[in-house]
Each structure stands twice: as structure tokens, then as C-alpha cells.
Design a protein around this ligand. Sequence first.
Ligand SMILES: [Fe+2]
Length: 373
Amino acid sequence: MAAVQTSRPAGQPDIDYAPDLDKYLARTQRRLQKEPLHEQPLPEGFPKTLVSDFVWEDQDLEKTYQWVYELNDQEIAEIEEALGHFKSPQRGRQDNTFDGKPADVVLNHIKDLSLVVDKSLIGAPAYTADKQVFHTDSGDVVSLFALNTSASGGQSKLASTWRVYNELAATRPDLIRTLSETWVADNFENKQKPYLLKPLLFHQPSTDKTPERVILQYARRIFTGYQALPRSANIPPITEAQAEALDALHYLGERFHLGLDVRQGDIQYVNNLALFHARDGFVDTPEQQRHLIRLWLRDPEHAWPTPEVLSERWSQLYDGVTPENQVFPLEPRIRSSGRGQAKEEKPGQNIPVDCAAPPHPGIARLLYMHYSN
Ligand SMILES: [Fe+2]
């Protein structure tokens, strides 16, 4: 088994993918002792408080919404019929090669592959049974379908990034500034572009047609590294302020999150621009293995305007995806951006893993986190 690299760029703060509460609290104390950061103003134009249905905590969500909707037979028939017409190219491209050839891979399997794949291949926690910390995916809407759940653990968590925003704006406006400034995002083994420069938090003032919005887009592993993809040693480190901001996001997500009781057959659509998500570590058995399939969707009619800095990424996701080129892999595989040292996928290298149990026959509970605003 190939060794997993553990080097860091010089000056990288002491922070790992797995958050450490003691280190987080010590870092906060150290930074606030040095300077009254919490007294700094918010960045220009950012609101003191967001007032919107997007601001919620676990306790008030259940009171406000009947957010688990069980479909009756007639509704299921209607969905089946709609599926027959579902030819939209607005499925996002999650990978651009399949079996070593160019392709628009629009479906991804979320499954622990750590027992069947060398560790040096796995650079993203989605392919392990590890805890996954709070993060967003790419794209406008994340859709998950639960083929099966784990034998134990693995609870999915959702939290309002707008609620987290309000907390930070009220207590640590300096971290709102930090999040809205440019960060060095690791592009891992991409030799042409070893890193990308972008903020994590975007503010969109209201217009005639749209209300004021904030958008959070980030994955912690891009700044800390994960397993076979450690933070690249040849790119600039993140700063102490950024390390604190990453932990602040995660722990506020934990504080305000809603835990989901995901069952086999559940479908989930999440506004990936206003919510972020996490999941607990889990244990599979040979008989029962957590297995989700994921789409990254965009509703052309209701999509929020994409921040300029993210437009290149959004083009990679959504531009030119054609029905002819779309690939829906039937077996779990590690997509290129989550793959470690063996970057090139060769024909026949897909990982055959049997689904332990067939998907639930038909019935799906629909968890629809409000998408319009
Ligand atoms: Fe995710």
C-alpha cells in the first residue's frame, strides 16, 4: 500500500481536516488577546442581520415547516410520468472522464470504498466511512437518493449558512471579512494551476428582481487537505484567521444543524447556496452498506445569479452537458478531483462494488428544502 503524504506548506497553521475543538478555542483566544478583532466593522455592504426564511435553527424548522412530505400513490405516478420527460441538460458535470475517455459524468456514488481501494487513491471523505465536516458541494442544488443506509451511524446534517452568517456578523464580524476575502484553494495535483484564488462568502445586494443574499461555497479539505490529497507543499499556506474561520463555520454548523433521519428510498434536494451539510462517521456491515447517489442540479428558471468568481467553476459543471455525452456510472468510482496519486483512470479501472441490497421499491419521501426566495 502506498504511503500517504503528510507534508504541509511552510507556515500552514496547525489545522487538519478533522476539526479539533481545543485547538479552535485556543486559536480564538490567542487571536482575540492580541487584538479586539470582534470590534472590527463588517466588510462594506454586508448586512448586520439577514432576515429571511433561510435563517433557521433545528428547533424552529420543525415548528415552521411540514418539511417531510410523504408521497401518495397518485403523486408517485405523477413523478414517474415527469421522469419520463426529464431530459434537461441541467444536470451538473461531476467528472469529465469515464473509463479513461472524455465524458460528462453527471452522477456520483457516495459510498465507503476504503476496504476495496488503496488508501493512496482516496482524497475525499465521501469515499470513506469517516465523519464529513460541514461543507458545501459544487453547484446550485444537491440531490441525493438513498439506495441504502449504514448499519449504524452516518447521520446527515443540514444547517442554514444564513443563520451562521447572522451569528458571525453579530459576534465576529472580522471573520465575515476573512471569509469574503481571497483564499488560496488547493487545486492539488493540477500542474498548470496548482491553486485557485477565491473568497468563500459572497454578498449579493438586492436588485429590482432579487432580494439581498449571501452565498457560502467551500469544502474544508481544499484548505486542510484530506488523506491522499494533503495540502500541497508548493502553494501558499492558509492564515491563522482563515484556520479560525474554518473551525468557526464547522462548529456553528454543528450548533444550528438539523439531523436528518435518512431512510432507504429517501430523496433530498438541497439549496447548496444557502445551506451546508455534514455527516457523522458510520459503520457498514457486509449486509448493510451506506450508499447514496448524487446529482448536482440547476433550475434554469429559478437559479440564483452565480457570483462572478465562481462562473468558471459553474461553466465546468453545467456548460455543454449534452444528453448524448451524459454518463450515469452504475458502480461506485472515485471521481478525478477526489482521487489521490493514481490520477489517471484507465479503462476497466472502475471499482466494482455490489450494492448490498436493492433500492427501496418505489416509495420516496421527499425532503425539499425551500429553493425559491
Ligand atoms: Fe457534500
